[in-house]
Ligand binder design. Structure first.
Ligand code: DI6
Ligand code: FE
Length: 404
């Protein structure tokens, strides 16, 4: 008897992103078959049994299929916005002046603390919908605009809630060590005590976080404070990630590697030693060209060092109200190529396979392979390079999440 499938996509061109190939794993006459939300077959149409039975058959008319896109670094849930600060900056105000006048990250913390969970969800939905509209099927969302237990948990809960409102997978990261809240009176060590002893255990207990992140930087937290948080994360069984070497080189990449971090992110100021440590630990480099662009950074991440050491590179939006108000992963790909000189293959891998790897989800998504979730993006393009080459154009034809 012929095997039964829920859905078959035929007459497609596939960018399977399989394995470690230096290319996209292209297949000209490809077919994908799914059952119970998982890919059962992704390969040549000619090798697929012609008598297979399916509830639905979709003729892709030669369109390209990539894995559904993965945005592996966002701060999508927050209150208010910072458009006014942007105007002030254009008139010449410095970041410090704005911060002293109650602006900056602290203003987003104030707005987030005031917002209810439904308000946070409603505020984030248009941003999430923009990502979904470009074929995104998995999004990571961080906390870090609450900076107290109650609001951090509300932010994470809102992030989880978004996954019940839209058909996509949400992964959450607890970023209590994002900035120092005003009530901490400048005492970073005491605030880190609170993060390690109260906030993180409460978040872990409630099952609200899939990973733990921190912002290691002169204006944020030191290597020692970051290591304390990472040890606390380890104690509750959570993997870590790090905002590392964004504005200066404090050795964040190497510290992240020391703790077998899933990823180290930003990395503009990282060096060869950091890249070598990351390669050895299997820590993914998450590059965030939207933040580089928006704060008009000039120091580029050491992409050539990452390549030569064999560090995997992912690309993400870093969607946040202060340094990267970006809700287009396609634009992030174009910026990865234009600003960081990443190749087309690196940009597409960075928003599929490597994004999944940076979230610890590679067994389940990020490539077109039997056994993985059937998360697909189907594109009206003639060659995959168009996903990277165009600016501000969305060629998505349709999106499939878990086989639908
Ligand atoms: N790095 C950044 O660029 C953002 N957070 C971080 O850790 C800035 C966040 C903000 O300004 O709201
Ligand atoms: Fe970030």
């Amino acid at each position: 008897m012929a095997e039964r499938f829920d859905r078959i996509w035929h007459n497609a061109r596939l960018a399977t992103m399989r394995g470690d190939r230096p290319d996209l794993g292209e297949l000209e006459r490809g077919l994908i078959a799914a059952r119970d939300g998982r890919i059962v077959y992704a390969g040549a149409q000619s090798d697929f049994p012609g008598d297979a039975d399916a509830t639905e058959r979709i003729d892709c008319e030669g369109r390209w299929i990539t894995p559904g896109l993965v945005d592996c670094h966002t701060h999508l849930v927050y209150g208010g916005n910072r458009a006014h600060e942007f105007e002030l900056r254009l008139k010449g105000a410095s970041y410090e002046e704005i911060a002293r006048a109650g602006g900056g990250i602290v203003s987003t913390v104030a707005a987030t603390r005031k917002a209810t969970e439904p308000e946070l969800v409603a505020g984030a939905l248009p941003r999430l919908d923009a990502l979904i509209g470009e074929g995104v099927t998995t999004v990571e969302i961080k906390s870090g605009y609450g900076l107290n237990t109650e609001t951090e948990m509300r932010q994470l809960s809102a992030a989880r809630h978004l996954g019940t409102k839209r058909p996509l997978a949400i992964r959450t990261s607890f970023l209590g060590a994002h900035a120092l809240p005003p009530e901490a009176d400048g005492d970073k060590d005491r605030y880190i005590d609170l993060v390690c002893n109260e906030m993180l255990p409460a978040v872990a207990q409630a099952g609200l976080a899939d990973a733990v992140d921190a912002f290691m930087e002169g204006i944020a937290f030191s290597a020692e404070q970051t290591a304390r948080i990472f040890r606390a994360a380890r104690a509750v069984g959570l993997r870590v990630k790090l905002h590392a070497d964004q504005l200066s080189n404090l050795g964040g990449a190497a510290l992240a590697a020391d703790f077998s971090a899933l990823s180290a992110d930003h990395l503009e100021h990282s060096d060869g030693a950091g890249a070598a440590a990351m390669a050895k630990a299997g820590t993914v480099a998450v590059l965030l060209p939207g933040a580089f662009y928006f704060i008009r950074e000039t120091q580029k991440p050491p992409v050539e060092q990452f390549r030569s050491h064999g560090v995997r590179m992912a690309l993400a939006t870093d969607c946040n109200p202060g340094s990267s108000p970006l809700t287009s992963l396609l634009l992030a790909m174009n910026m990865g190529a234009t600003l960081f000189r990443m190749t087309v293959t690196e940009c597409i891998a960075g928003t599929t396979r490597e994004g999944a790897r940076a979230l610890g989800l590679l067994d389940d998504t990020g490539t077109l392979e039997a056994g993985k979730w059937c998360d697909l993006a189907i594109w009206d393009i003639d060659r995959p390079a168009e996903l990277v080459y165009r600016i501000g154009f969305n060629p998505l034809h349709s999106r499939v999440w878990r086989g639908r």
